[in-house]
Every structure is written in C-alpha cells, then in structure tokens.
Design a protein around this ligand. Structure first.
Ligand code: 2AM
Length: 181
C-alpha cells in the first residue's frame, strides 16, 4: 500500500486589503492588454517562503515540529512592501515583488530552509527570490508601473496544502504560526 502524499509549502498570505489590491493589479494587467495569461485567483495570491513539495502524510508531524521550534525562537513581524511588477519570461509568469527584501523575511526563510534540511527534507537549491505570482502562461508587451506601493504587515506564516483540481489550484492552510510584534 502506497502512503498518501501531500504537496505542501510554507507561505505568507497578504492581508485582505493588500490581496484585493494585488488582484486588481493582475486584472489591470490583462484589461489594458499589457499581458495575456491566466490571472491568479484573489484567494490564491500569496508569497512562498519555502516550497517543500510532495511529502508522505507521516512526515507532517516533522514539519509541524520544525515550525513550532522556529516559532519558539521568536521571529519578528515585518512589513512587506510590493513596489515592482516583473515578467519572468522563462517561467512565463508575471509577479509582484518588493524593492528591498526585509531582513526578517530573509531570516525566516533561511531558518526554515536550514531546519527543514536538518530534519531530512530535500529542498531545491535555488536562491530565494520572493515573488507573488499574479499571472501564469503570460505573454507581455509592456508592464505598468505601480501607482503606489501595496503593503501589509506580515504577522503570521503558514503551511499550505496545494491540490490541483479541474478548477485550478486549491490552497488550504494546514498550520499557522504567529510572528512577534
Ligand atoms: P510560482 O508561483 O513561481 O509557481 C505553490 O506551488 C507555490 O510554491 C507557488 O508560489 C510556487 O511558485 C512555489 N514553488 C516554488 N518551487 C516550486 C516547484 N518546484 N513547483 C511548484 N511550485 C513551486
């Protein structure tokens, strides 16, 4: 009998206001014929911290343990400020990102990567590039400038289950950890 597996990643979800603003931005990209492509659904707009990938259900406890230990080490809340829209031609995605990566974000990601590796999870070796995917299968002529930054205070991070359905990706949080203020 094969063990059930789940596809999981650690991520941050923008606050409601920021998420609607980001969704409006994605809509604008399509509406004004900047780009063609598939817009990320509003509820799916997120910032990945670490993509863990397919794991056996029995590994979930180890993931929770890693996260609990990090939480107990006292990570701080921070502001994430979206200032740029970029087109990643190779992956055909349009994404939003920040001008300056907050040190708290770098700290959280590297702490997670390190603790996950120690716990035996094999991660991709790519350098972390924070991005919020707004559109997939995108073809772009030009990109608009952001009229003003879109910011929110990051006060928690999550473990999220990803399922592919006929209606697209469905993301379900299966764990949440607060950041201190
Ligand atoms: P993306 O938006 O650039 O595709 C869930 O799939 C999240 O994990 C997405 O934010 C996705 O980034 C990210 N991710 C990172 N590495 C991935 C991989 N190898 N396969 C799928 N998603 C990955």
């Amino acid at each position: 009998i094969r063990e059930e597996t789940l596809r999981v990643f650690f991520a941050i979800w923008p606050g409601d206001v920021a998420r609607v603003q980001l969704s409006g931005l994605a809509e604008q990209l399509r509406g004004k014929s900047f780009c063609s492509g598939r817009k990320t659904k509003t509820e799916n707009i997120h910032l990945t911290l670490v993509f863990v990938g397919e794991v056996g259900a029995s590994k979930l406890d180890a993931l929770y343990r890693v996260a609990d230990e990090i939480k107990d080490s006292g990570m701080s809340a921070f502001d994430f400020v979206v200032e740029k829209i970029r087109y990643w031609k190779r992956n055909r995605i349009v994404y939003a990102t920040t001008g300056g990566i907050p040190p708290e974000l770098t700290g959280l990601v590297s702490t997670l990567e390190c603790a996950l590796s120690t716990a035996g999870f094999v991660l991709e070796q790519r350098t972390y590039k924070p991005h919020i995917t707004l559109m997939r299968d995108a073809l772009c002529q030009t990109l608009p400038e952001l009229a003003e930054p879109i910011a929110w205070q990051v006060r928690e991070w999550m473990l999220v289950k990803s399922e592919q359905t006929s209606g697209g990706s469905v993301y379900t949080p299966i764990g949440r950890w607060p950041l201190g203020i």
